[in-house]
Design a protein around this ligand. Sequence first.
Ligand SMILES: Cc1ncc(COP(=O)(O)O)c(C=O)c1O
Length: 434
Amino acid sequence: MVTGTTPRTLFGYSSRARNAVDQPISYLMALALTQPDLISLAAGFVDYDTLPGVDTDTLMHEILSDPAASKAALQYGRTQGLTELRELAYQHLAKCDGISPADYPGNPDCVALTTGSQQLLHLLADLLIDPGDIVITAWPSYFVYTGALSVFGACVRSVDIDEQGIVPEKLDALLATIAEEGNLHRVKMLYTCTHHQNPTGITLSAERRPQLLDIVKKYSTDHRILLLEDNAYRELTYQGEAPVSIKSFDTTNEHVALLHTFSKPFAPGLKTGYGLLPADLCEKAMMLKDGRDFGSANLSQHLLLRALQNGAFEKQVNTLRDAYTKKRDAMLGALDEYLGDFMPKETRWTHPTGGLYVWLTLPESIDTSRHGPLFKRAVELGMLYVPGDYCYPADPTRTVPKNQIRLSFGVPTVEQNREGVRLLAQAIKDVAGV
Ligand SMILES: Cc1ncc(COP(=O)(O)O)c(C=O)c1O
């Protein structure tokens, strides 16, 4: 929220500007800032204590103390990003999927580096969406992106998820309905966060991955429907083997855009993300990016290149896995301890194998929304959560549930995670009259 005097007349805003509204999450962030004693299980930020300050300092010094490296890094770079980093990013994607780079879909020329993966998500929406076009997302979904889709005037339709992610039969049924309505030509993309989804922490199961791709191909009759695979939390896997990406099944590199970021596994302050895209889409995306910024921060890219080369990136991922495992376990343990004994059996929560989020479903009688009694009581007691209704896209065909909560264990300490859940349990008891 920007403050200032109220103007007498408005600017001639575009339809996109008219569609842009304040993200509801900004209210929560402002609340956390004005009441610093609140234990926030709401923030989607990363752990402060493990941020790689020392390694970043070393790498920055290496770059700036070497005249040639310093000149290269402080100069503008290319729109698509630093070639060597694109090559290493491509190798990293192949390695995550256990496939040799020689056999992986696409090639490093189809990798684009952007200002966070958010910029690439936005560019892809800009490339594909005219007002009224349809984007299919999970129900619930990553709300910052579904908010951005609304700005483009997209009509969001949604598919249910269960504990294995998007249900393929439901996706197929939805696309069949849209086709019957005569609107298949308006479906431009399926957006899905495949590992440790924001907001539920749920990972799409291995067997459903090729199924989703097959469904998208089946309905790509008028044009290719893009399967946008957002893998922001891929490296933050704490338990078991993460399934391979959907991209790995897109052998001809025609249908899937696979997006990763350096924000979650390294440092969001470097604000660098990347994607492996179908070649023609990558080319178009770079045409748009040319006019936006003709390249993301070159210095960040030079630093990340060195972090990948000298092992600092891998070391950081291991550090984060250890730290977040402890925090996740603290939150899950506290949910068992404080909610397990008194809540009715409809109460359930996810047990994520990675990422930063736990999704809590309460009985329907408990309104978790911002203007409901639970949110107010939780803040009075000293904790903050994200009301689950924030995480549902504006699908005109659906009613948003109001009995869910997104909890994030990333920023609070182990003790604060436990205490935050204890306070939440107390708030639930108070409003439910238990
Ligand atoms: C699912 C998901 N995708 C993308 C992003 C964007 O991250 P960044 O732009 O920092 O890469 C986030 C950030 O929280 C996210 O949760």
